[in-house]
Design a protein. Structure first.
Length: 320
């Protein structure tokens, strides 16, 4: 079993919550040993900043600086554990790392508000090695609007600066991630995006009625454009407030297969991006084989499982 995980918040947990923790040994869901056991080929590490934490610290400008801190931290960790982990900026890098027996780490940004209206910051992020960005998180920002239970917000979309950002991301070859987007922001991104668009860590709204999840129409649009959606293991997005259960994960994967086809589902665990569940049937990458076996029992073919775990994400990552 080989795996690509399109989203985790382990950097945020190690730095902001645990105070400079270590990727080799920690209390997080993701560590180098757990990734090695899982057969992880690529782990996408989100540089996530929570806007509310920066209101009294310089706002989005301070958050942008903190993202740079996260980039430096991951580079330091990679240098410390260079036999096991290597940074990747393209699929050629992933191939080389894989041949050398090293897990590839690809850096992403979750919360495009850190641009704060400065397009040059997008260029700087790209130069730092960022290859995917989630334009909005859970707050309105300079790019557009996030998912919301309020219809008045849910149908608001990209702002003028946001449209420029999406166009420039396509030109740079950065992946555009619609996870967290409002329905209006999703609509506007799909209308103008020239590059690769995915939902790195989102589930199905038909199965779990949460505004963070994708409607069937969104699934069809993303699949038609060659995009993917990474299964999120967070209980409320699966359908239960305090439980993350394999049966629910299975239901979402089967729905993705039904609506988007075999080339659509992927893995985007969101590990370390949410608090502990009362029940968490998969708590580390090496436990993902439990889901593999259940899906197999449900009639999902090995060739389809290989696509879900690895090949669908591989196809998308080849665009960077």
């Amino acid at each position: 079993m080989r795996m690509i995980d399109m989203h985790c918040d382990t950097l945020w947990k190690l730095i902001d919550l645990d105070g400079q923790g270590d990727l080799m040994k920690n209390d997080c869901h993701i560590s180098i040993p757990s990734m090695k056991k899982a057969g992880t080929v690529v782990q996408l590490f989100a540089c996530f900043t929570k806007a509310a934490d920066y209101k009294k610290k310089g706002g989005y400008d301070a958050a942008f600086v903190h993202v740079q801190d996260m980039v430096r931290y991951l580079r330091q960790q990679q240098e410390r554990y260079s036999e096991d982990l290597a940074l990747a900026y393209s699929w050629n890098d992933v191939d080389r790392n894989d041949f050398a027996g090293r897990i590839s780490a690809i850096m992403t940004v979750e919360e495009g508000g850190i641009l704060n209206g400065h397009m040059e910051r997008l260029e700087e992020l790209y130069q730092h090695g960022i290859r995917l960005m989630t334009p909005v998180w859970n707050y309105e920002n300079c790019i557009g609007y996030p998912n919301s239970r309020k219809k008045s917000v849910m149908w608001k979309g990209l702002k003028p600066f946001g449209k420029e950002v999406i166009e420039r991301m396509g030109e740079l070859g950065m992946i555009i991630d619609v996870s967290h987007a409002s329905d209006g922001t999703f609509r506007d991104i799909m209308a103008i995006a020239k590059g690769t668009v995915i939902a790195s860590h989102s589930n199905c709204r038909e199965i779990a009625k949460h505004p963070r999840n994708l409607t069937d129409e969104m699934i069809w649009q993303l699949a038609d454009a060659g995009g993917i959606a990474g299964l999120n293991l967070y209980g409320p997005f699966l359908g239960r407030e305090k439980e993350s259960r394999i049966d629910d994960m299975t239901a979402h994967i089967l729905h993705m297969l039904n609506k988007g086809g075999s080339d659509f589902p992927a893995i985007g665990t969101d590990f370390d991006g949410f608090g502990e569940m009362e029940v968490m049937e998969i708590g580390h990458p090496d436990e993902m084989e439990k889901l593999w076996e259940i899906l197999k029992q449900k009639g999902v073919k090995e060739s389809q499982l290989d696509k879900i775990w690895y090949r669908n994400a591989m196809r998308v990552l080849k665009s960077i």
